[in-house]
Ligand binder design. Structure first.
Ligand code: GLC
Ligand code: CA
Length: 564
């Protein structure tokens, strides 16, 4: 068998080291907690805040720096909490405000920062503002907080423009006016239960600055800003013939349309930055902005705007070494130019888990969910690649995001019966998209326990696959080479070697192998199909796979080594 060598042929530094004592968000590993699926304390089958608090030691033991909590606010849960009815209170299904205070307190005592989700693009249709808007007349100030418009056609029977909802179907819904007649239409880029706010209205701006203060006063360390690229729409809401998608990855230079990435959003973030900066400590904001190319995304993290933005171009590169290297280079160039840290992310609650995605025939493909009858991923290959790519993620300087369960190597639930699906995307596309439920299945903690320890009663809002016992935390803790112990060791080494603030230099020029030094750690990610030989002086620190022989890095394996 031929092997290639990871020799330091052509050196090329793409990112310079920075001071290791800068603000936490420049180098943090941030763990996404999806509250409904993390841990259920009261046995109703839905995860809750006391459940999270009780399991915080797991996150401290894993060695992450911070957690991001997906929404726990009062909500009818039409989009799993991304439809907020009251921004200043906790939904009873998740607990109370004092449960949240207790969580913050416990996290801070363990040295963990906490950022919360802010959903400013739309409210729930159960929000008091929307109830008032529905009841009020066309042209009223109540309607002016949302995007109500007259319909087209002779009797206003056609939507005001041709926009399509991100979840499928039209982006407009018609209301019935007080006199019982069909009336105006309101815009919803997502579900019809998620009306878009009008961010040109000063009341909307004031309200959200106040919401920021409410949570900052309670002690949160920052915000993950939902749909950060969507708040401002192009003047006149013009028709658009493109396809709205969070990202389509097909042509990175195509503008995402009149609903996304408008210039006006930046002014909003500048004003929020002023609010955050007026608080003690380092509070941070991260943009969920599906904006391409990375140079365009970097505009969200200019020094007076957000602190970070999710790097979805990296997530979308999949198992493709050339694409990954290109994104890494471009991300550093674009973010370094504005002085912002780069983020790295492979999974979240909106995409097929990477342990499954990377086991598809086309490992760059990102289907919106996988179900019975769809191509089933190769689980073994997917996990092997996922572990390899995660060791690349955790080696890169900057800040990394982990999605709950990836530290267990958890796959997507790829055979969830359709009748159990809850994602509005499944319903609005009439099943053409399976939706996101498969990555949201409750976490397995202990083998043999009811619902694998997720809840005391065994209740679970989505069923866990029967074979998840092997993925539980308990089954992996202390087991050398388990996915959990591999993540834990990686996080410890990352800290020990200050990799997150180190310089990054490419070495070697085999296009199938990403060879880089990050500070004093040599990282070899072999994405080809022949083994790679480490330099003779390399001492292996960590490998993503157990089957290394001598200094040979097998295919689909990442190794961290010490040279010299
Ligand atoms: C974001 C969230 C997603 C949600 C959507 C609408 O993309 O991550 O889960 O459905 O916004 O709020
Ligand atoms: Ca519960």
């Amino acid at each position: 068998m031929t092997t290639t060598s990871a020799a330091p042929d052509r050196r090329h530094t793409v990112h310079a080291a920075e001071a290791p004592d800068g603000p936490w968000w420049r180098h943090a590993v941030i763990y996404q907690v999806y509250p409904r699926s993390f841990a259920d304390s009261n046995g109703d089958g839905i995860g809750d805040l006391p459940g999270i608090t009780a399991r915080l030691p797991h996150l401290a033991e894993l060695g992450v720096d911070a957690l991001w909590l997906s929404p726990f606010y009062v909500s009818p849960q039409a989009d799993a909490g991304y439809d907020v009815a009251d921004y200043r209170d906790v939904d009873p299904v998740f607990g109370t405000l004092s449960d949240l205070d207790a969580l913050l307190d416990a996290a801070h005592r363990l040295g963990l920062r906490v950022i919360v989700d802010l959903v400013p693009n739309h409210t729930s249709d159960q929000h008091v503002w929307f109830a008032a808007a529905r009841a009020a007349a066309p042209g009223s100030p109540e309607r002016g907080r949302y995007l109500f418009r007259e319909g087209r056609g002779e009797h206003g029977e056609l939507p005001p423009n041709n926009w399509v909802s991100m979840f499928g179907g039209p982006a407009w819904t018609r209301v019935v006016e007080a006199d019982g007649r069909p009336g105006q239409w309101y815009l919803h880029l997502f579900d019809s239960s998620q009306p878009d706010l009008d961010w040109s209205n000063p009341q909307v701006r004031d309200e959200f600055e106040d919401v920021l203060r409410f949570w900052l006063d309670r002690g949160v360390d920052g915000f993950r800003v939902d749909v950060a690229h969507g708040l401002v729409k192009a003047d006149g809401l013009p028709d658009w013939d493109g396809t709205a998608a969070m990202i389509d990855g097909s042509d990175p230079n195509v503008h995402p349309g009149p609903m996304f990435d408008q210039e006006g959003v930046h002014e909003i973030y500048r004003s929020w930055r002023t609010v955050l900066d007026s608080y003690p400590g380092d509070r941070a904001m991260v943009a969920e902005a599906w904006v391409e190319p990375v140079e365009r995304l970097a505009r969200y993290v200019r020094s007076d705007e957000m602190h970070q933005a999710f790097n979805f171009a990296f997530l979308s590169a999949g198992w493709d070494p050339v694409a990954l290297r290109t994104v890494i280079d471009r991300s550093f160039a674009a973010n370094d130019a504005v002085g912002a840290p780069t983020t790295w992310v492979m999974s979240n609650h909106d995409v097929v888990r990477h342990a499954s995605r990377l086991g598809l025939t086309d490992p760059t493909h990102r289907p919106n969910g996988i179900g019975e009858g769809d191509e089933q991923p190769d689980a073994e290959l997917g996990l092997r690649r996922a572990r390899a790519i995660s060791l690349l993620v955790l080696a890169l300087p900057g800040s990394a995001y982990l999605y709950q369960g990836e530290e267990l190597g958890l796959p997507e639930h790829t055979a969830l019966p359709d009748e159990l699906r809850q994602d509005p995307a499944y319903f609005r596309t009439r099943g053409a998209e399976r939706g996101r439920d498969g990555c949201r299945v409750p976490l397995p903690w202990e083998p043999g326990a009811p619902a694998f320890g997720f809840s005391p009663t065994g209740a679970s809002w989505l069923p866990q696959p029967a074979d998840w016992g092997a993925f539980t935390v308990e089954a992996q803790r202390g087991v050398d080479g388990s996915t959990y112990e591999t993540y834990r060791r990686a996080l410890a080494l990352r800290r020990e070697h200050a990799m997150a603030t180190a310089d990054l230099t490419w070495r070697g020029d085999d296009p199938q192998v990403l060879t880089l030094s990050v500070g004093d750690v040599l990282v070899v990610a072999n994405m080809g199909d022949v083994p790679v030989t480490l330099p003779a002086e390399a001492k292996v620190l960590l490998s993503s796979a157990a089957d290394m022989v001598g200094s040979q890095v097998p295919p689909a394996t990442t190794v961290w080594a010490r040279v010299g």
